[in-house]
Design a binder for this molecule. Structure first.
Ligand code: RB5
Length: 156
């Protein structure tokens, strides 16, 4: 299942993606299924997307803000989330293959968002690329260890 959510800066892009999911019968859940709200915060969207991604193994998230950066920073504060902004097919492939990303972060105000085909290519590559494991698993496991060790307030 794909969990999708966007703040106001990603609102239009989210709708384009959802239209595509409907067309292709791709299972999704829109956790920000409400009207555009200029006062919403990408941090709240990050929580909703990530919470639902973590509910079932194999879920993937798509979290959208203006740049894809702010929301990725917020998502990555959540344990077991690997949220990755992607800008093209190459980055979309690598974040799955090497980093085992579980949340794709997109920017509704970035250049690629003006071209539907570019965005859909990023999404398709992201969804269809498997994690390679092996040496990458060792590294991703080290990220998990970091969450466990450094996720605490070290200065206390
Ligand atoms: C909202 O205006 C914008 O700041 C937000 O969508 C995001 O791009 C932040 O990183």
């Amino acid at each position: 299942m794909i969990i999708i959510g966007a703040d106001h800066a990603g609102f239009e892009l989210k709708n384009i993606i959802i239209e595509y999911f409907k067309e292709k019968n791709i299972k999704y859940s829109d956790v920000t299924d409400y009207d555009k709200n200029l006062n919403d915060d990408y941090t709240d969207v990050a929580i909703e997307v990530c919470k639902n991604v973590l509910k079932n193994e194999g879920n993937l998230g798509i979290a959208i803000c203006g740049t894809g950066i702010g929301i990725s920073v917020a998502c990555n504060k959540i344990k077991r989330i690997i949220a990755t902004p992607c800008f093209d097919e190459y980055t979309a492939r690598m974040v799955k293959r090497d980093n085992n990303s579980n949340v794709l972060c997109l920017g509704g105000r970035l250049e690629y968002s003006k071209n539907k085909e570019d965005v859909l290519n990023i999404i398709n590559v992201y969804i269809n690329t498997p994690f390679e494991g092996e040496r990458h698993l060792r590294r991703v496991n080290k990220i998990r260890d970091m969450e466990d060790v450094f996720g605490k307030k070290l200065w206390e």
